[in-house]
Design a protein around this ligand. Structure first.
Ligand code: NAI
Ligand code: MG
Length: 364
């Protein structure tokens, strides 16, 4: 394959995933076309609750083999709790991708746009603009542990947190690299070394060790409790924030919540070594309450597609240009409309997707 050509597996999933995915692909294709990137797009109907209804499982047995060769997975949302329990649909698809494709970075940009009111009083666009880097494979989320003497007075529960030097160093290095590439070159390390007295002092030392290779990045460590408060009180302090799995999970819902609608928040699940495909998806779910109405905001899906193009070309060249063009188009549509319901407008998912695609193809 030529260097400007990529294979993308599109998995719409369920609910509004099926409505926003076509708009994401429309915009990504428009940007790819403009900047000379070739995409071979393959639509996949499994990893959905419809497929489950027909086959009794979320994915075919050879799913890994089928996806291993693609350059990226562009994912809508999975879940239809009326017919399939959420733990079955999520563990049977998305969580398998994250684990088996070793997507150890979960990346979420947090940005306040003009035209989107922040729930934080008085905040202006430009004052909230940071990136959360969450460890996505270990830490507090493990299945190591168990329950003893269950149902008796002695009932005892152990749930282990597992941190490895490999796991910590790779997410910290990624965060330092990311900070180094940004204008402000600041990295905040989320910790709790005053309370979690074994693992977190160790995590702090890993940050110091890795940080020695990045003297040009200003690092500070903050305990997770005050860090959360500052996301609300002083969001302008942050540039890149790195955290272990649980802390990162919480921060990456709190951060986007301060910037308005969930219909905007994108994410990337990355395997930076590119041994396995990475996955790009909106933060939101399948939204059964509005599914089928054609009113979902496609911007989170579209922005995730921009992150995909950027990643495919290593944050440089055509993919970076395509990313920036898509972001500029989202910004301009947020200013001028059309707007979906969540932003106080009446436009459909399709209206917004088409408008962004047009502005990407021919900037105004
Ligand atoms: P949700 O994100 O689907 O919806 C939460 C609320 O936000 C709803 O009121 C919904 O209408 C609104 N909303 C979400 N996306 C929107 C958009 N693009 N435009 C306008 N409004 C939007 O979360 P919920 O309701 O907790 O979960 C619904 C299903 O989605 C469940 O089955 C859940 O397991 C699944 N889910 C899947 C995720 C994934 O695939 N990564 C992530 C989160 C939830
Ligand atoms: Mg979460």
């Amino acid at each position: 394959r030529s260097p400007g050509r990529f294979r993308i597996a599109v998995i719409p999933g369920d609910g509004i995933g099926k409505e926003v995915a076509p708009e994401g692909v429309r915009v990504v294709q428009a940007a790819a076309h403009r900047f000379g990137i070739e995409l071979d797009v393959e639509w996949i109907e499994w990893a959905s609750c419809d497929w489950y209804a027909a086959h009794g499982e979320m994915m075919p047995d050879d799913w890994k083999h089928r996806l291993q060769g693609v350059d990226a997975i562009y994912f809508g949302a999975v879940g239809w709790p009326a017919t399939v329990p959420d733990h079955v649909s999520l563990w049977g698809s998305l969580l398998k991708f994250r684990r088996e494709f070793d997507q150890y970075i979960n990346l979420r940009p947090v940005r306040l746009f003009e035209g989107v009111p922040s729930p934080l009083a008085g905040r202006r666009p430009g004052e909230i603009d940071y990136l959360i880097v969450r460890e996505n494979t270990e830490g507090e989320y493990t299945s190591a542990g168990g329950i003893l003497f269950e149902g008796t007075e002695r009932e005892l529960v152990v749930q282990e947190s597992i941190y490895t030097r490999i796991g910590a160093d790779r997410v910290l290095s990624f965060a330092f690299e990311t900070a180094r590439a940004r204008a402000r070159r600041r990295l905040t390390v989320a910790t709790k070394s005053n309370g979690v007295a074994i693992a977190m002092p160790w995590w702090d030392r890993r940050a110091d060790d890795v940080g020695r290779r990045y003297p040009d990045v200003a690092m500070d460590k903050q305990h997770i409790d005050i860090l959360s408060a500052r996301f609300v009180l002083q969001p302008d302090r942050f540039d890149v924030v790195v955290a272990t799995n649980l802390f990162g999970d919480i921060l990456s819902d709190l951060g986007p919540a301060t910037t308005g609608t969930i219909g905007l928040a994108p994410s990337a699940n990355l395997n930076p070594e590119r041994k396995h495909p990475s996955l790009f998806e909106p933060v939101h779910g399948s939204a059964p309450d509005i599914a089928g109405l054609g009113v979902a905001n496609p911007m989170a899906m579209i922005w995730s597609g921009a992150m995909m193009l950027d990643f495919l070309t290593h944050g440089t060249g055509a993919g970076r240009a395509a990313h920036d063009a898509i972001l500029a188009a989202i910004e301009s549509v947020l200013r001028d409309g059309p707007r979906t319901r969540d932003l106080g407008g009446w436009a459909s998912t399709l209206d917004v997707g088409r408008e962004i695609a047009e502005r990407v193809a021919e900037p105004m």
